[in-house]
Design a protein around this ligand. Structure first.
Ligand SMILES: [Zn+2]
Length: 431
C-alpha cells in the first residue's frame, strides 16, 4: 500500500510555466475522471501533441499522482498500459450536517468511502457543540478506519443553510441559530492542518450526484432536495452554479400563492417550501389526522405525538387516500416550480433527493407528470426526472467531490504542486 512517503515533493520546486501547467491540468483532469486511460487517448481527447502528453504523464507519475498499471486486456504482445489517478495518494475528511443528523466519512481522493458514521443531532445546538462533535468523529474515523491512505488532503462540510462559498461562512441561515458568520473553515484548518471547503447541503448533493451518481456525463442538471425545506443545486454547462452571492437555487422561497396565512420560516408569505416542504407535508398530515379524515394518519399521530413527511409517505405507501393526496398535491406544487425552471434553464436531468423523496413514489410521479405537462415540448424532449441515486451517502460523497474538485482546480494546483502536495496548506482554500 503506497503511503505519503512515496510522494516526491522534490519533483519540482519552482513555479511551473503557464503552458506546462495548462497541459498538466488537462491531462490530470482527463485521467482523474476516467475519460482517458492511455497516452494515445489523451492525445486524441486533449488535442495536445504526443511529446507533450508523454512529458506531462511522466511528470504526474514522478509526482505520485498517476500510476501506470500493466493490467489492461492483453491483445497479444506487450500488455497495454493503463493510466489511473492515484486516489490513494491521500484522504479527505467530510461531514454532512443536516437539520437533525451528523454524517461523517473518510474517503480517498477518488470519492471512495473508507469509513462512515451517522448519528442523530440537532443543528440548532449551535456551532461549538456540533463542530466539536464533528472533530471528535473525524478523529475517531482516522483512528478506527483501516488503511487510511496518505495524509489528509482536505476537509469538506455541507451545512443546511446558505453559505458564502469564498469565506466558508454561513450567511443568515434560517434554521441554524448561532451559526451566522461562524468561521467553520478557520476552525477545521487550524485543527487538521488542511484546506477546508464549506457549502450548502444542496450544492454538495448536486456535486455528489455529478461526480459519483446518476448525473455523471450530464452538463446541465437541477438537483432538488426536499427535506424539511426545499432547495436546488444547479450544474450549468459542466460547472456547479453558485451565483453571485452563493444563493443560486434557493427555489423553496419562490412565492407560489398570494395567501397571508401561508407563513414561511424565511419571514415571507406564500413560499413553495411553506406549502410543499417536508415540514409542511407533516403538518398537513397532522391536520388531516385531527380532523378525522384519515384513520391511518390518526393512529400514527397517536403513536408518535407528531407526524413527519416520512410518516405521510408511509401511509401513502399503504394506499391511504388522504396521504396520497397530500403527496400528490406537494408534488404538483414542486412540479409547477420546476416547469418554470425547465423552460428557463433547459436541463437534461432533474434529480429529486432528500428524505421525503426517498420514502415514496407518489411525490416523484406527481412531480414528473406536472413538469412534462407544463413545460415546453422542446425542453422536455430529452429530459429525465429521476430519484437521487446515492441515498444516505449523497451528502458525504458530495462533500468529498467538493474538496477534490477544489484541490485540482488550475489555481490550486499552481499553488500546491511546487510544494509536492496540498497537505499542510490550510490557506489553499482561501481565494
Ligand atoms: Zn420562504
Amino acid at each position: 500500500m503506497p503511503d505519503a512517503t512515496s510522494f516526491r515533493p522534490d519533483a519540482g520546486s519552482s513555479p511551473l510555466p503557464d503552458e506546462v501547467l495548462d497541459a498538466l491540468v488537462s491531462v490530470l483532469d482527463d485521467v482523474r475522471h476516467g475519460r482517458s486511460r492511455s497516452r494515445s487517448e489523451l492525445v486524441a481527447r486533449t488535442g495536445l501533441g504526443r511529446a507533450i502528453v508523454a512529458r506531462r504523464v511522466q511528470e504526474l507519475i514522478d509526482r505520485g499522482l498517476v500510476v501506470e498499471d500493466e493490467v489492461g486486456p492483453s491483445t497479444g504482445g506487450r500488455p497495454p498500459r493503463q493510466l489511473t489517478f492515484r486516489a490513494d495518494a491521500g484522504h479527505v475528511l467530510v461531514a454532512d450536517l443536516g437539520a437533525t443528523s451528523i454524517g461523517v466519512a473518510v474517503t480517498d481522493l477518488g470519492g471512495r468511502i473508507l469509513g462512515h458514521y451517522t448519528e442523530p443531532s440537532a443543528i440548532e445546538h449551535g456551532p461549538e457543540v456540533i463542530l466539536g462533535r464533528v472533530e471528535e468523529l473525524f478523529q475517531d474515523l482516522q483512528r478506527t478506519t483501516r488503511s487510511i491512505p496518505g495524509p489528509v488532503w482536505g476537509v469538506g462540510l455541507g451545512v443546511p443553510g446558505p453559505v458564502e462559498f469564498a469565506s466558508g461562512r454561513p450567511v443568515s441561515p434560517p434554521i441554524m441559530p448561532g451559526w451566522d458568520g461562524y468561521p467553520i473553515r478557520e476552525r477545521f484548518a487550524a485543527r487538521f492542518g488542511a484546506p477546508v471547503w464549506v457549502d450548502n447541503d444542496v450544492n454538495v448533493l448536486a456535486l455528489g450526484e455529478w461526480r459519483s451518481g446518476i448525473a455523471q456525463g450530464h452538463d446541465n442538471v437541477v438537483v432538488v432536495k426536499i427535506g424539511t425545506g426545499i432547495g436546488a443545486g444547479i450544474i450549468s454547462d459542466g460547472r456547479l452554479h453558485r451565483g453571485a452571492q452563493g444563493s443560486a437555487g434557493d427555489v423553496g422561497h419562490i412565492q407560489v400563492v398570494d395567501d397571508a396565512s401561508v407563513i414561511c420560516r424565511c419571514g415571507n408569505v406564500g413560499c413553495l417550501e411553506a406549502l410543499a416542504g417536508g415540514a409542511a407535508i407533516g403538518r398537513h398530515g397532522e391536520a388531516a389526522a385531527l380532523e378525522g379524515r384519515s384513520p391511518r394518519l390518526r393512529a400514527a399521530l397517536d403513536e408518535r405525538g407528531a407526524l413527519s413527511a416520512e410518516d405521510v409517505a408511509r401511509a401513502a405507501a399503504f394506499g391511504d387516500p388522504v396521504a396520497v393526496d397530500l403527496l400528490q398535491s406537494a408534488g404538483r406544487r414542486v412540479g409547477h416550480m420546476l416547469a418554470s425552471v425547465v423552460n428557463f434553464f433547459n436541463p437534461s436531468l432533474i434529480i429529486i433527493g432528500g428524505g421525503v423523496a426517498q420514502s415514496g413514489d407518489q411525490l416523484l410521479a406527481s412531480i414528473r407528470e406536472t413538469v412534462y405537462r407544463r413545460s415546453l415540448p422542446l425542453s422536455t424532449r430529452d429530459l429525465l426526472i429521476q430519484r437521487s441515486s446515492l441515498g444516505l451517502h449523497g451528502g458525504v460523497l458530495g462533500a468529498s467531490a467538493l474538496v477534490v474538485d477544489q484541490l485540482f482546480t488550475r489555481d490550486a494546483i499552481e499553488r500546491w504542486l511546487p510544494a509536492g502536495l496540498p497537505a499542510g496548506m490550510p490557506d489553499l482554500a482561501r481565494a
